[in-house]
Design a protein around this ligand. Structure first.
Ligand SMILES: CC(C)(COP(=O)(O)OP(=O)(O)OC[C@H]1O[C@@H](n2cnc3c(N)ncnc32)[C@H](O)[C@@H]1O)[C@@H](O)C(=O)NCCC(=O)NCCS
Ligand SMILES: Nc1ncnc2c1ncn2[C@@H]1O[C@H](COP(=O)(O)OP(=O)(O)OP(=O)(O)O)[C@@H](O)[C@H]1O
Length: 197
């Protein structure tokens, strides 16, 4: 049986860091962020829908979507964010399910769905077990500002557009505390995998 694991967290909590560890162990990770970039490429159905809602001022000169501009619009505006989610999420879900089916057909031991909005979008029905990559609020803010060069205001807007990580803690089967050193994170992941797979 293939165990379907939902990997989640908050923005900059360390999902990609953990997902790289999983890939190094030979486990397939289906990445919702990566798929959400692919489904809005020029010519894809979601691309047209985004343009009809947000206008062509959110495009680069080469007609690709300017993610910085779109991000600045949607992270500060709940209803615009909902509009974008409604366009992008169905296509992302479909691609993720394809990934799961492929791994099940191969009888793989496990497949991981890396979904930042696993709880917000009520997608837990897609997975057997959930793992949360947790950091405290101060660490999250610090790492996000450093990684993306955001101001505190820009970073907070993004963090506040998601459920707080302390709330996600209560909803998760397993928790990885990623406040410490990477080695500690890796150790916790190995312990959890021993239990789940
Ligand atoms: C607004 C966009 C263009 C900004 O792009 P950008 O390259 O700056 O960010 P990226 O896509 O790498 O996302 C970074 C992180 O932001 C958070 N995030 C992204 N979209 C959302 C959202 N709609 N609501 C809350 N948090 C979000 C996630 O934690 C994600 O890991 C992009 O995030 C997007 O298209 N979002 C809508 C699709 C979506 O919900 N993606 C997340 C998982 S499906
Ligand atoms: N244990 C750690 N110690 C120090 N820095 C870390 C640790 N874990 C992750 N980081 C750094 O924190 C930042 C965020 O981590 P990462 O990109 O893995 O988060 P993410 O949850 O995938 O983010 P996003 O949702 O935005 O894609 C990165 O710059 C990463 O190098």
């Amino acid at each position: 049986m293939t165990v379907v694991i939902g990997l989640t967290g908050g923005i900059a909590s360390g999902k990609s860091t953990v997902s790289n560890m999983l890939k190094n162990l030979g486990i397939r990770v289906v990445d919702a962020d990566q798929i959400s970039r692919e489904v809005v490429e020029v010519g894809k159905p979601a691309y047209q829908q985004i343009l009809s809602v947000f206008g062509d001022e959110i495009l680069h000169q080469d007609k690709t979507i300017n993610r910085e501009k779109l991000g600045a619009i949607i992270f500060g505006d709940h209803s615009k964010r909902e509009q974008l989610n409604k366009i992008v999420h169905p296509a992302v879900r479909k691609e993720m399910l394809n990934g799961v089916e492929e791994e099940k057909a191969k009888n793989s031991k496990a497949v991981v769905l890396d979904i930042p909005l696993l709880f917000e979008s009520k997608l837990t029905h897609m997975v057997d077990k959930t793992i949360l990559v947790y950091v405290d609020e101060k660490t999250q803010l610090k790492r996000l500002m450093k990684r993306n060069g955001y101001t505190e205001k820009e970073a907070k807007m993004r963090i506040e557009s998601q459920l707080p990580l302390h709330t996600k803690k209560d909803l998760s089967d397993e928790i990885i505390d990623n406040n410490g050193a990477i080695e500690q994170t890796e150790k916790q992941l190995h312990e959890i995998l021993k239990k789940l797979i």
